[in-house]
Design a protein around this ligand. Sequence first.
Ligand code: ATP
Ligand code: MG
Length: 277
Amino acid sequence: MDIAEKNPNATLSVSILSGKGGVGKTNMALNLGFALFKAGHRLLLMDFDVGLANIDVLLGLSPEKNLQDLFRPGATAEDVVYPIESGGFDFLPSASGVPELLEMDEDMREALFSKLNSVFTRYDYLFLDHGAGISSNVLSAASMSRMPILVVTPEPTSLTDGYAVVKVLAAKHRVRNFHVLVNQVASAKEGQRTFDRLAAACERFLGLHLSFLGSVRLDAAVPEAVRRQVPLMKHAPTCPAAQDIIAVAVKIHRHRQKLGAKLKEGTILKNILERAS
Ligand SMILES: Nc1ncnc2c1ncn2[C@@H]1O[C@H](COP(=O)(O)OP(=O)(O)OP(=O)(O)O)[C@@H](O)[C@H]1O
Ligand SMILES: [Mg+2]
């Protein structure tokens, strides 16, 4: 495969991770995606929470096909992509509690991502929404993505669990370029303080420098949008959380610009596809 063909659009793969569950990964993935789309970028949001998939629930959609179908003969990658907004904001659903997805080994993940690669190349961004914690699916996909984003909240349990994710990914998968989003904060000051605590621990005990993407305020409009099954950015585009999400989206965009031509040189997902090509 010609290197230039691997990632012609310089698609940036972004993994959304957390230690503790329920910190807001799926809501952040969906709404950061929405903000980037509104700014003119093409984005594919892939539900890779194969334990408890729920992007479809946030959108009020019941997709007929999902990732699971890609393991069946005949299904193509195009069959499992659904529009969220026409013009380039799409969604790739997963399935909940399906053993063949939960128990994927390296070879199966490689086959799955190779099958999807031609679809991935059509976008500026590929967002992978993961389940919480450190299952092999999460670790493997997070280590392949170009931009791992760790979502934490100011709760001490979220911070200690977040630290554990960084530690495992750094030690076992040599991931070093973590970006941190602090969600559900009372103020930007609390967000900065939370980040500083996590960053200090990672610097001191793991020798790792974390990048701060910013914080998103605790906002009643978020659960409201969830209940209505409409993305927050559509339901309340000017609420405090939406304003913060736009600021984080700008930082993600700047990071993509900074990586620039480097993205075109590699594959969209590192390691596995690089080995396969
Ligand atoms: N900034 C916020 N303000 C208020 N509520 C929020 C905010 N972010 C997330 N929530 C609420 O937190 C809950 C969990 O959010 P979400 O499902 O996105 O978390 P998650 O990390 O994806 O969970 P899981 O680990 O189960 O996948 C939701 O009910 C959502 O409404
Ligand atoms: Mg989730």
